[in-house]
Design a protein around this ligand. Structure first.
Ligand code: DQA
Length: 141
């Protein structure tokens, strides 16, 4: 059984209510339940969400001394701005995959800069909730 940490950044707690035409109508909890069902018996998923940059940095640091097979992170808006999250990700020795529900390269230009992705081994963007599943699935074997 593999063990994954899944970190979600700011405003992802508002999924379902937030710009449904972009992010769909499901809540983060709905997405978590759907993903857990898909990987049942193969992986355990620890979900963490915070709107606060420092809390995300601390959770990543904590993961350094815990046993995860990979980290999946949707940094939300911090993907485009956060040197601190980028630097924290660089400390980890496990694969880190950045995910986005939306296809960020089809959106506003400020979303085309992916700072945190420079510290990640892969990026999944634009598959909605499947972005999480595909990222996890890629690390199952
Ligand atoms: C997002 C894309 C970001 O640009 C945005 O700030 C988010 C959500 C996504 O999952 O598509 O909060 O990370």
């Amino acid at each position: 059984m593999k063990n994954f940490l899944i970190i979600n950044g700011p405003n992802l707690n508002m999924l379902g209510k937030r710009e449904p035409e972009v992010y769909g109508t499901e809540s983060l909890d709905d997405i978590a339940k759907w993903t857990e069902e898909k990987v049942k018996g193969k992986a355990t998923l620890q979900w963490f969400q915070s709107n606060i940059e420092g809390e995300i940095v601390s959770r990543i640091q904590q993961a350094h001394s815990e046993k995860y097979d990979a980290l999946i992170i949707n940094p939300g808006g911090f993907a485009h701005t956060s040197v601190a999250i980028h630097d924290a990700l660089k400390i980890l020795k496990i694969p880190v995959i950045e995910v986005h529900l939306s296809q960020v390269y089809r959106r506003e230009e400020f979303r085309h800069t992916l700072l945190t992705a420079k510290a990640c081994s892969a990026i999944m963007s634009g598959l909605g909730k499947q972005s999480y599943y595909v990222a996890i699935h890629s690390q199952l074997h």
